[in-house]
Ligand binder design. Structure first.
Ligand code: ADP
Length: 592
């Protein structure tokens, strides 16, 4: 047996590796070999990802078993040792004469042999075990022949048969375990990614994946950093509730390393003991990361780039405590997969975050605009009122010839300005979330009747007919602000009259609908609205590019006011219009 040392490196692939079932299977093989082949000791070692052979099962007396299980030996020692061996088929025999300077492995406490055919305590009989692809998976070593002699031809033939069987059984058990481990990891990867996709910010993604990620990869903590200019980093410590205080995220180095890894689709591992695996940076960069990891109480980090397409968006660091086992090749492969899928999750998350920020900025801008309009209209309102009063007075006093016409023109202009300023003030008020409506039940029937009467004059001047369709029974109640609702009906009906050629008709209808909503529809046979204009109809100051529409005076505030009022009443406005044929505006409100 090659030189055995206790596993003090902490490099055993995993504390629970191989699983109980596999250990039991290997133990059975070891026991069968000692019993059937007539040897006092059999030891099965398994090759780990750490290039060490780990003694897993030993058949022999209890003391020897305790002594050997858990010991490790470098695979390279075995390979070197086998060069000095006699080839007996599966088993290789290294007689003590050729054992070399280093006494190999376990030396039984038996007396020195008397003849050349006797078994020597330093003799070594070991079968390297390979899988179907020729990869070394472990060894079966036997010692202490019952008859105290080196095996003769007949015994070697029997041993060959045992070795064949043992190899098959051991490789199968290890394959089963590896497969089970991979299946578990694949399920864990899916779980981590599914959870991550539920988050809509960096911190919520970290929170969501915390437990399943740490459990799947035996990590004591992890952190994700993003390279989006904000240099944010967020991390958690598995079952520990607290957020990891990751601190300075080492952005420059972290980013450079992650980008190199993403370009080659790799992940890397670093240990505070100098361990490096696939690290694509300079020794200085490695030392920087090592210090970073050590200062946060970890001993080992698995660094995975997170990206989408050609872009590296961030990095995931999984950490283990000092002395913890290194990550196995299967774990590394699984984490690489997590990296790819989490990259997509991160891409979406960052997009959502950006969108939320944009919405927030737009809201603030909108509020600012409302405030600005409010201030301007207030400031204009006061001097305008003074001018209007003065113009009124002027019409009463005697004026020189011709001045009367000028004064009445001034009066009309002043009234138009007052209407504009009033509209601006109203727009500012109804667009401001800080002044919500105080809703009361309002009957829409009298409002609609009055507005129709008021508009009737303008309609008659244009030889138009306004048809009014009301429900048979009063009232039609909605919850809201009477003055604002009055304004909605007025703006829509005056537009209908304004944008409808002479001699045609406008129909106003009000009805309750089955779903507890109320619908007010104002349909005209006017100039209609193009599809492109319909998109922007409710934007303040929007006026159509249609020359027919532009012939009518207007400011582009009427529909913006309608839309704001209806929306703050929890309703909506729909337009159904066709150029040259007419338009229908439908307001849906919640019934009271
Ligand atoms: P204004 O009428 O002061 O221009 P509005 O906000 O009320 O502003 O309307 C915006 C634009 O929508 C109008 O300029 C007009 O082009 C179009 N519009 C509104 N109502 C109608 C309608 N009933 N028929 C055709 N076009 C309309």
């Amino acid at each position: 047996m090659p030189a055995l040392t206790p596993d003090t490196t902490g490099s055993q692939p995993s504390g629970t590796w191989p699983d109980e079932l596999t250990r039991a299977a290997l133990q059975l093989v070891a026991e069968a070999v000692t019993e059937l082949a007539g040897f006092g000791l059999a030891a099965v070692s398994v090759a780990g990802d750490d290039d060490l052979l780990h003694v897993i099962a030993v058949s022999g007396d209890a003391e020897t078993r305790d002594q050997l299980v858990g010991m490790v030996t470098p695979t390279s020692d075995l390979v070197a040792g086998l060069r000095r061996a006699d080839d007996w088929g599966h088993f290789k025999f290294v007689p003590h004469e050729r054992a070399g300077e280093v006494p190999w492995g376990w030396v039984p406490d038996v007396g020195a042999p008397e003849s050349e055919d006797d078994w020597h305590p330093l003799d070594l009989l070991i079968a390297p075990l390979y899988d179907g692809e020729g990869a070394l998976r472990g060894t079966l070593a036997i010692d202490l022949p019952d008859d105290g002699r080196r095996p003769d031809e007949a015994r070697r033939a029997r041993l060959e048969r045992f070795a064949e069987q043992a190899e098959r059984t051991i490789v199968k058990a290890l394959d089963r375990e590896r497969l089970a481990h991979r299946v578990r990891l694949a399920a864990a990867v899916r779980d981590v990614v599914r959870r991550g996709a539920a988050g809509n910010s960096l911190t919520s993604v970290v929170d969501e994946i915390n437990e399943s990620l740490c459990r799947a990869f035996d990590a004591a903590g992890f952190w994700i950093r993003v390279f989006d200019g904000t240099n944010r980093v967020a991390g958690r410590g598995g079952t520990e509730a607290a957020w990891l205080q990751v601190g300075d995220p080492l952005t420059g180095t972290g980013r450079r390393v992650a980008e190199r890894l993403w370009a080659s689709q790799q992940v890397c591992c670093l240990g505070t003991d100098g361990y490096r695996h696939d690290f694509p940076g300079t020794p200085e960069e490695a030392a920087q990361i090592e210090d970073f990891v050590r200062e946060r109480g970890f001993g080992l980090v698995l660094y995975t780039p997170l990206g989408a397409g050609g872009e590296c968006l961030g990095a995931l660091s999984l950490a283990r405590r000092p002395g913890a086992p290194r990550w196995s090749a299967d774990e590394v492969a699984a984490v690489r997969e997590v990296g790819r899928d989490l990259g997509q999750v991160l891409l979406n998350t960052l997009a959502i975050e950006r969108e939320q920020q944009l919405v927030q900025t737009l809201r603030e801008l909108d509020a600012y605009k409302s405030r600005l309009i409010g201030v301007v209209s207030e400031e204009l309102g006061r001097p305008l009122a003074t001018i209007a009063a003065a113009v009124d007075r002027l019409t009463e006093v005697t004026t020189p010839d011709g001045a009367g016409r000028m004064v009445s023109a001034m009066g009309r202009s002043t009234q138009r300005m007052i209407r504009l300023v009033d509209d601006l003030a109203l727009l500012s008020k109804v667009g401001d979330p800080a002044t919500p409506i105080v809703g009361r039940p309002v009957d829409l029937v009298p409002i609609v009747r009055e507005v129709c009467q008021l508009t009737e004059i303008a309609a008659q001047q244009r030889n138009q007919t306004i048809y009014l369709q009301l429900p048979d029974t009063d009232p039609v109640l909605v919850l809201g602000d009477e003055a604002e609702l009055d304004r909605v009906v007025l703006n829509l009906l005056s537009n209908a009259v304004k944008y409808t050629p002479d001699g045609r008709s406008v129909t106003v209808s009000l009805r309750r609908r089955g779903d507890d909503t109320v619908e007010l529809a104002i349909a005209d046979q006017g100039i209609g609205i193009s599809k492109a204009d319909q998109e922007r109809l409710f934007t303040e100051f929007f006026r159509s590019t249609n020359p027919e529409a532009l012939r009518q005076p207007g400011t582009g505030l009427g529909l913006a006011i309608v839309d704001r009022i209806v929306r703050r009443h929890g309703g909506r406005v729909d337009v159904d219009a066709e150029l040259g044929r007419g338009s229908t505006f439908r307001v849906t409100l919640v019934g009271a």
